[in-house]
Ligand binder design. Structure first.
Ligand SMILES: Nc1ncnc2c1ncn2[C@@H]1O[C@H](COP(=O)(O)OP(=O)(O)OP(=O)(O)O)[C@@H](O)[C@H]1O
Ligand SMILES: [Mg+2]
Length: 207
C-alpha cells in the first residue's frame, strides 16, 4: 500500500528525517508515536503526498509518487486527511464543510458519519459555533466521507476527552477493518490498544 525507501528531509539546512524506510500494508492501523519534535507530522505529510521529501522514494499502491497521473484526483478519491490543526471553512456549515470534500456518489455517507460521531445535531452550525472537539470530529467525518483507501490523521484526538477519543479510535479501527489503511500520529498511548502496529520515532529516526 505504502512503501517508503530511504526518506530524508531537511527544512533549510536542518535535517529533520534520517533515512526512513517502511512498508505499510493494506488494512493496517499504524500508530506513529514519538515525542514532540521527533518528526511525526513531517513524516505523515510526506507519506500522504503533501510534502515532497528532500531525498528518497515513495510508492503508493505500487506506483511511484511522480508517476501518479492525476495527483489531485488521487488525493480526493483515495486519501483522507485529518490535520493537527483542522482546517474547516468558517463560512460553511458543518454539513457543507463535509459536502464540499465529498465526491458526488459519496454524499450519502455524510449523515451516517455525523450520526456515528455524535454531531448530527450540529449539521447546520458553523465551525466557530461549535467546540474544538466537535470541530475535530467534523474534520474526521470530512476525511472519511469518500471511504478513502488511505487515511492519515495527525493528533485527531488532541482536544477530545477520553470518552470521545474512544469513539474516534473505534471509528478508525472500523475504517481499517473495512479496508482503509489508517496512519495516526499521536501522543495518546491508548492508541496501542487499537492499532495493529506501533512505529516509534525519535529525533527523526524510526526506532
Ligand atoms: N516548516 C518547518 N520549517 C522548519 N522547521 C520545521 C517545520 N516544520 C517542522 N519543523 C521542525 O521539524 C521538527 C519536527 O517537527 P514535526 O512537526 O514533524 O514534529 P512532531 O513529531 O509532529 O511534533 P508534535 O508532537 O509536537 O506535533 C521540529 O524540530 C520542528 O521544529
Ligand atoms: Mg506533529
Amino acid at each position: 500500500m505504502i512503501q517508503a525507501n530511504n526518506i530524508s528531509h531537511f527544512y533549510g539546512h536542518e535535517q529533520i528525517l534520517y533515512d526512513i524506510s517502511l512498508e505499510i500494508k493494506e488494512k493496517e492501523f499504524i500508530f506513529l508515536s514519538g515525542e514532540s519534535g521527533s518528526g511525526k507530522s513531517t513524516l505523515l505529510s510526506i507519506l500522504s503526498t503533501l510534502l515532497h521529501p528532500s531525498e528518497g522514494e515513495l510508492f503508493l499502491e505500487q506506483t511511484a509518487l511522480q508517476e501518479i497521473k492525476n495527483i489531485d484526483y488521487f488525493r480526493q478519491s483515495k486519501i483522507g486527511f485529518v490535520f493537527q490543526f483542522h482546517y474547516l471553512i468558517n463560512y460553511l456549515s458543518v454539513y457543507e464543510n463535509i459536502a464540499l470534500a465529498a465526491l458526488k456518489e459519496k454524499k450519502k455517507n455524510i449523515n451516517t458519519l455525523l450520526e456515528e460521531l455524535g454531531i448530527k445535531e450540529l449539521a447546520s452550525r458553523y465551525p466557530n459555533e461549535i467546540s474544538g472537539g466537535q470541530r475535530q470530529r467534523v474534520a474526521l467525518a470530512r476525511a472519511l466521507v469518500n471511504e478513502p483507501r488511505l487515511l492519515f490523521a495527525d493528533e485527531p484526538t488532541g482536544s477530545l476527552d477520553s470518552k470521545n477519543s474512544t469513539i474516534v479510535y473505534e471509528l478508525l479501527a472500523r475504517a481499517a477493518a473495512w479496508g482503509t489503511t489508517v496512519i495516526v500520529a499521536s501522543h495518546d498511548r491508548q492508541l496501542e490498544n487499537y492499532a495493529t502496529k506501533t512505529i516509534r520515532m525519535k529525533d527523526g529516526k524510526i526506532l
